[in-house]
Design a binder for this molecule. Structure first.
Ligand code: GLA
Length: 760
């Protein structure tokens, strides 16, 4: 760390910055001179972070405050001319500015605003000092630039090698409490991504409590912004909501211990008028799976502040002298060309720099899951029958969902007793797996390690391992309680049990479920105020150990469907069951909302039976197939009820999915309609070289004397001629994108079309 600035007792800068080890150019292997991603302007004390298309700039001013200057489309030059200074009534002035009444923290854009500094807007950091005061006055101490991307011990984070990323660390300190904050910036130049995180260290003697900590703050000078968030509920996650940011605070978040079905920890900030392919917009994606908070506020001078970080409720993190707190990371992105580009940037970043493991770049098995086929009423025979049918239909894997362990005839008992119920299965797990494998089918299994039923041997033995507040009755949900995963002894015990199961045969997939929200936040072993945070760290620790012990295992995340669908989980589980709602029409909307940040390769999506078990709706098998193909494809139905025609159609679907699998998983994803408003849902995949595309359309409305829908395509080469592989007809890319393709006027509800286009 370059301690190149010392702060005097008045908070004034005493010493000029030293140049540090920074140069403005770096040499590449070929001897070319490339601009660096992180630049430092010595005279003006300005840090500039450059990516291919964006610039982020901040400045250390004469008082040691770190002011935000700019984030947006790529620019050249120093943006400190944007700062204005006026005498503003009731906006106080830091003591060390003397009689200058034009300087106020309440007005200036900042990188990491703290409560108690004279800034009355929402804060990124709230510290309660030993004397009970709530104040933190962070001043610049120094910086460091490193090759590669910083990591966050115990936490998921974007990873990149030394050629792909640079890290800037800026050290700030409160001169009185000696609380230090290291602001971390990861710059992935080629991905157009900047990550932010913070380490909060108590370098003082006494104890302090962190009451609130964000990983990123974005201050915008002026502008007219909308906040786009993704709200929902169990079985109806990630609905798109766009509201103007006006005076006052708009806050979303979770207090449920998970990121939640109700609000996803990812938001967009867009200039009003921004659309799918035009306009300025920003993304903030929190790489964390627990309680979070995203805030947007327009202040008295019409400036906009947006914060993303840890939820401040149920959080009072004590730091004794020498201790530190890591704030999980936020991935920032900017697009000057609308939401589509922003989404594709996040898709690539998550696919290539968050997801890990064997399956990161590999086709995912087409699976059949036993849940909607048999629910708890399964046996070894059920699974074997599904596997046989799966083999005949060209699928790769059978997944034995809930019901195989302990005393688990319904959802009122058995969680925690992770012993195979051989009586129910009618065989050992090892034999079942061998029989399934003998059919050429892989085997997967469902677990819910964080949970416990009161009616279980585990609970009777270790009732004190659940989360509950002493002297109070716990909140039950789905008639189950939550194990205290902040405790290592609890985790180790469950880990041992789960490993004993996984070691019984060739298990190639695990569905990790989590079927309730946390309540009764209390730990007998942990320090209260840290419990929700340590719980999430515990989940990550368990998952990391699982990945290390079983490197070839594919883990699919799940929390009653999409209740923990976040970038944090995707670090461990490259796919997540998107929703418990398998109704294709609802799914189109859920997957639409999910697509703003998360890649198709992360979206667990299955064809289920009709009438649908969640809605009672009847949707054609073809529309169910097309919908599920916008994800990691599979089935979730009783194959015994299928007619021969349905089986034939499914066989063709599986073949088709396998044919396009690589295009779907790695191609660029374009939204072509808004299924909440338009009469059809449509999206397409385009190969990186733009030579191949797959258009998908599901009609949502049908009326007498029906009008024709023209679907406008995106992402094609305008000058190239594309052939519709089905009909042989050719169209120029420009025509398909400007005028669109008419959808056939066929009768029937929820008709679906998939059109492959190829440059010939
Ligand atoms: C959750 C999951 C379902 C299924 C059940 C089993 O609801 O989301 O897919 O696994 O649990 O209890």
């Amino acid at each position: 760390m370059h301690r190149d600035m010392r702060i005097g007792s008045q908070g004034r800068v005493l010493k000029k910055m030293r140049p540090g080890n920074l140069k403005c150019k770096k040499k590449t292997g070929q001897g070319l001179v490339m601009p660096m991603a992180i630049l430092y302007h010595e005279e003006k004390h300005i840090f500039t972070l450059q990516t291919t298309r964006t610039t982020y700039q901040m400045k250390v001013d004469e008082f040691g405050f770190l002011l935000h200057l700019y984030y947006g489309g790529k620019i050249t030059g120093q943006m400190d001319y944007l700062l204005t200074y006026q005498d503003r009534g009731f906006s106080g002035n830091p003591f060390d500015t003397g009689n200058d009444r034009t300087y106020s923290m309440d007005v200036l854009p900042q990188e990491y605003p703290c409560l108690g500094s004279g800034d009355y807007r929402s804060s990124a950091l709230v510290i309660r000092n030993g004397d009970g005061s709530e104040c933190c006055d962070l001043r610049y101490v120094g910086y460091q630039i490193k090759k590669g991307k910083y990591g966050l011990s115990g936490f998921p984070a974007v990873y990149a090698d030394e050629k792909e990323a640079e890290t800037l660390e800026i050290l700030m300190e409160d001169p009185v409490s000696k609380v230090q904050v290291v602001l971390l910036y990861g710059v992935l130049e080629g991905e157009d991504v900047i990550t932010r995180s913070a380490r909060i260290i108590n370098q003082g003697e006494g104890s302090v409590v962190v009451e609130k900590a964000a990983s990123a703050c974005l201050d915008f000078l002026g502008g007219n912004y909308d906040m786009i968030s993704f709200y929902g509920r169990h079985a109806m996650e990630r609905n798109f909501q766009r509201i103007p940011i006006r005076h006052g605070n708009f806050v979303i978040g979770s207090r449920r211990g998970t990121s939640s079905h109700q609000y996803n920890p990812a938001v967009m900030i867009a200039e009003s008028g921004t659309s799918e392919d035009a306009g300025r917009c920003y993304g903030m994606v929190f790489v964390y799976s627990g309680n979070f908070m995203a805030e947007a506020e327009m202040d008295q001078y019409d400036h906009t502040r947006v914060l993303m970080g840890l939820q401040s409720d149920l959080f009072h993190y004590p730091l004794s002298g020498g201790e530190e707190l890591l704030v999980p990371e936020t991935i920032l992105g900017y697009s000057g060309n609308g939401f589509g580009r922003l989404s594709r940037m996040y898709h690539k970043c998550i696919r290539e720099h968050i997801c890990r493991g064997k399956y990161k770049d590999q086709p995912r098995p087409v699976l059949i899951n036993s849940w909607e086929a048999a629910y708890f009423n399964l046996s070894g025979e059920t699974i074997l029958k599904l596997a046989k049918d799966a083999a005949g239909l060209g699928m790769d894997m059978v997944v034995m969902d809930d019901g195989w362990f302990g005393k688990r005839e319904d959802d009122n008992s058995g969680l925690g007793d992770w012993q195979v119920n051989e009586k129910k299965l009618g065989c050992t797990l090892g034999d079942l797996i061998s029989n399934v494998n003998a059919l050429g089918v892989k085997f997967g299994i469902w677990i819910e390690p964080e949970m416990i039923s009161e009616d279980s041997d585990f609970y009777r033995e270790h009732g004190d391992w659940v989360m509950r507040i002493p002297g109070r009755k716990p909140v039950r949900a789905r008639n189950q309680l939550v194990l205290d995963f902040s405790r290592q002894d609890v985790r180790e015990h469950v880990f041992g049990q789960i490993c004993q199961v996984l070691d019984q045969g060739n298990i190639e997939y695990v569905k990790w479920d989590m079927n309730r929200s946390l309540a009764d936040i209390y730990s007998l072993e942990d320090v209260q105020g840290k419990v929700t945070y340590d719980y999430v760290l515990g989940v990550y620790d368990f998952l990391e150990k699982l990945m290390q012990r079983y490197p070839d295992l594919l883990i699919e995340g799940c929390s009653g469907g999409g209740g923990r669908f976040d970038a944090g989980m995707l670090y461990y589980t490259p796919q997540i069951w998107c929703s418990d709602n398998t109704d294709a029409v609802d799914r189109l909307r859920i997957q639409y909302g999910t697509s703003f940040f998360y890649p198709v390769s992360a979206v667990g999506s299955h064809v289920s039976a009709v009438p649908n078990h969640q809605t009672g709706r009847n949707v054609s098998l073809s529309a169910r197939g097309v919908t599920a193909m916008a994800g990691t494809f599979g089935y979730e139905l009783d194959t015994g009820t299928l007619t021969e025609e349905e089986k034939e159609e499914i066989r063709e679907q599986v073949k088709k999915y396998k044919k396009y699998e690589s295009l779907i998983r790695t191609g660029d994803y374009y939204r072509l309609s808004d299924p909440f408003k338009d009469p059809y849902a449509s999206w397409m995949f385009v190969s990186m070289d733009k030579r191949q595309a797959l258009l998908n359309v599901v009609m949502l409305e049908m009326h007498g004397n029906m009008t024709i829908s023209y679907v406008r395509l995106r992402g094609l080469e305008p000058e190239a001629s594309y052939q519709d592989v089905g009909t042989g007809k050719c169209y120029y890319g420009s025509a398909l994108m400007e005028a669109g393709l008419p959808m056939p006027a066929q009768m029937g509800e929820y008709l679906a079309y998939q059109i492959e286009l190829k440059i010939i």
